[in-house]
Design a protein around this ligand. Structure first.
Ligand SMILES: C[S@@+](CC[C@H](N)C(=O)[O-])C[C@H]1O[C@@H](n2cnc3c(N)ncnc32)[C@H](O)[C@@H]1O
Length: 170
C-alpha cells in the first residue's frame, strides 16, 4: 500500500494488536482517520460495523479453528468499499502437504472460485479482477522445501465513472 493512506486494521487477538505500532502514535479508536494515520483495533469482527468507507479492504489468511461467520464478515467489509474500490482476500487455499488431514479438519479451505461463490456478492456490482491459486515456496517442519497453495481473490466494486474491464486470462 502506498504510504500516506489512512488505514484501519482489526483483529480479535489483543496480543497481535499490541505488537502493532505504538498506540501512543495513533489516534484513539473513536477518532476518524486522519491522512496517513494507521489505526489498529482489537475487535470481534462478528459484531463489527462501521460507517467508514474504504478504497481497499483486505483480509489475509482470515481463517480460524473456532466458529467464524467468515463469509458474513467479509460481506460486511465489502459493503464498506467505495465504488471503484477493491476487496482483496488472500487465503490458505489448501492444507500444507505435510499436515495430517485431521490437523485441519475444522478448516473449510476454499478455492478462489468457491471463495467468490461463498461471498455471494452481486456480480452486477463487482468485477472479478483476480482469482488465482498461487503456489508459494516454504519449508515443512523438518526444514524440507515444500509448496503450499495460497488463494488470491481481488474484486473491484463497479463505479459508473470507471470503464468496464474483463478479467485478464493468465
Ligand atoms: C491465521 S491468522 C492471520 C493473521 C494475519 N492477517 C496474517 O496474514 O498473518 C487469523 C487472524 O484472524 C483473526 N480472527 C479470527 N476470528 C476473528 C474474529 N471473529 N474477529 C476478529 N479477528 C478474528 C485472528 O485473531 C487472527 O489474527
Amino acid at each position: 500500500m502506498p504510504s500516506g493512506w489512512p488505514s484501519t486494521g482489526g483483529t480479535r487477538s489483543a496480543s497481535t494488536s499490541r505488537r502493532l505500532p505504538s498506540p501512543g502514535r495513533l489516534p484513539p479508536p473513536t477518532a476518524p482517520p486522519s491522512p496517513g494515520a494507521a489505526r489498529f483495533e482489537a475487535v470481534d469482527l462478528e459484531h463489527w460495523s462501521t460507517d467508514d468507507e474504504y478504497d481497499l479492504v483486505t483480509a489475509s489468511f482470515f481463517h480460524s479453528p473456532v466458529a467464524l461467520t467468515r463469509a458474513s464478515i467479509l460481506r460486511t467489509a465489502a459493503s464498506r468499499v467505495v465504488p471503484g474500490g477493491h476487496l482483496l482476500i488472500v487465503t490458505h487455499a489448501a492444507v500444507p502437504p505435510w499436515a495430517p488431514p485431521e490437523m485441519h479438519a475444522d478448516h473449510n479451505l476454499l478455492t478462489p472460485d468457491e471463495e467468490i461463490a461463498q461471498l455471494d456478492l452481486d456480480l452486477n456490482l463487482w468485477d472479478v479482477r483476480i482469482k488465482e491459486l498461487r503456489p508459494r515456496e516454504t519449508v515443512d517442519p523438518e526444514g524440507r522445501a515444500a509448496i503450499i497453495d495460497d488463494g488470491v481473490v481481488l474484486l473491484q466494486r463497479r463505479s459508473p465513472l470507471l470503464p468496464r474491464r474483463r478479467l485478464q486470462e493468465r
